[in-house]
Write a protein that binds this ligand. Structure first.
Ligand SMILES: NC(=O)c1ccc[n+]([C@@H]2O[C@H](COP(=O)([O-])OP(=O)(O)OC[C@H]3O[C@@H](n4cnc5c(N)ncnc54)[C@H](OP(=O)(O)O)[C@@H]3O)[C@@H](O)[C@H]2O)c1
Length: 270
C-alpha cells in the first residue's frame, strides 16, 4: 500500500511501539503526526520521522484530557486538511491487585487507555464520515483477551478497547471507514520493563517478548489488508483460540499454572 499523501495521527508516539510505528510509517512516505506528553521525547521521534518525511510533525497532548485532544485534532485538520489513519496507541498500566489499587490509579488507566481513544475517535470521526473514508487502528493487548492477576485495571481498559473496536467495525464499515484492533503479547518497551520490575520474577521469559519492529510490521499489515483483528505473536493467537473454545478448562489450567509460577518465584527469592 502506498502511504504517500496519507495523513496518520498516532497517539503515544514519544516512545516504544508508537515511536517505532511513527518512524516506519514516515519511512513509507506518510505524513505522520505523533502525540504524547513529553515534549523532549517527542522531539526525538520528530527528528527521526523528518529524515524520511519532511512534513511529519509532533504535538504535545495528554489524551486523557478531551479539551487537549480536541485542540490537537483541530490543529492537525487545519494543517493537513484531513486524518486518513488514526492510531490509538497511548497507554500505560500498573501492577497491583484491585484491592490494593487506589481508585485514582484505576480511573487514570481507563481515562488514558480507553477514554483517550474514544476522545480521539469522536474528534476525528465526523471528518472521516464526511469523506466516507478513513482507518481507525486501536492498540489493545493480550491483556484485552485474557484477564491476568494484578492487572485488573489495565485488562479492563484493553477488553474495553476490543469491545469498542468490534462495535465501531459494524457502525463504520457501511460508511467506508475501516477499523483494526491489534493485540500484542509482551513487547520490549518502557512499559514492559516496568511490569517486569513490579511483577518481580513472575513475568514473561525473554524469548517470548516481542520487539517493537514486529508490532509495527503487524500494524502496517493490518492497515494494508484492512484486517479487523490481529493477535501477535502466533503462540498468543493459539492460546486465545483455546480460551475461546474451552473457557472453563482454560481458566482451570491458567489458574493452576499461575499459582505454580508464583510459588516457584517465591521459593527462588527465599
Ligand atoms: N509493552 C507491552 O508489553 C505492550 C503489550 C501489548 C500492548 N501494549 C500497548 O501498546 C501501547 C504502547 O505502549 P508501549 O509498550 O509502547 O509503552 P511506552 O513505551 O511506555 O509508550 C507509551 C506511550 O504512550 C504515551 N502516553 C501515555 N500516557 C499518555 C497520555 N495520557 N497522553 C498521551 N500519551 C500518553 C507515552 O508518552 P508520554 O509519556 O510522552 O505521554 C508513550 O509515548 C499501549 O497502549 C500499551 O498498552 C504494550
Amino acid at each position: 500500500m502506498d502511504f504517500k499523501n496519507q495523513v496518520v495521527l498516532i497517539t503515544g508516539a514519544s516512545s516504544g511501539i508508537g515511536r517505532r510505528l511513527a518512524i516506519d510509517l514516515a519511512a513509507r512516505g506518510a505524513t505522520v503526526v505523533g502525540c504524547g506528553r513529553s515534549r523532549e521525547r517527542l522531539q526525538e521521534t520528530e527528528q527521526e520521522m523528518k529524515r524520511h518525511s519532511a512534513s511529519s510533525t509532533v504535538h504535545v497532548c495528554d489524551v486523557s484530557d478531551p479539551q487537549q485532544v480536541k485542540a490537537m485534532v483541530e490543529k492537525v485538520l487545519a494543517q493537513f486538511g484531513r486524518i486518513d489513519i488514526l492510531i490509538n496507541n497511548a497507554g500505560f498500566g500498573f501492577y497491583k491487585t484491585l484491592a490494593d489499587s487506589p481508585l485514582e490509579s484505576i480511573e487514570a488507566v481507563l481515562r488514558t487507555n480507553f477514554l483517550g481513544a474514544v476522545y480521539s475517535i469522536k474528534e476525528a470521526l465526523p471528518f472521516m464520515i464526511a469523506r466516507r473514508s478513513g482507518h481507525i487502528v486501536n492498540i489493545a493487548s493480550g491483556a484485552g483477551k485474557i484477564g491476568t492477576p494484578s492487572m485488573a485495571a489495565y485488562c479492563a481498559s484493553k477488553f474495553a478497547m476490543i469491545g469498542l473496536s468490534e462495535s465501531l467495525y459494524h457502525e463504520l464499515r457501511p460508511l467506508g471507514i475501516h477499523v483494526s484492533v491489534i493485540s500484542p503479547g509482551p513487547v520490549r518497551t518502557k512499559m514492559q520493563l516496568l511490569f517486569d520490575q513490579l511483577a518481580a520474577g513472575v513475568w514473561t521469559p525473554e524469548f517470548l517478548i516481542l520487539k517493537t519492529e514486529e508490532v509495527s510490521r503487524a500494524v502496517i499489515k493490518a492497515i494494508e489488508k484492512k484486517r479487523f483483528e490481529t493477535v501477535i505473536p502466533f503462540w498468543l493467537a493459539v492460546v486465545c483460540r483455546v480460551k475461546a473454545l474451552c473457557p472453563a478448562l482454560f481458566r482451570f489450567v491458567s489458574y493452576h499454572a499461575l499459582r505454580l509460577r508464583q510459588a516457584q518465584s517465591t521459593r527462588k527469592d527465599m
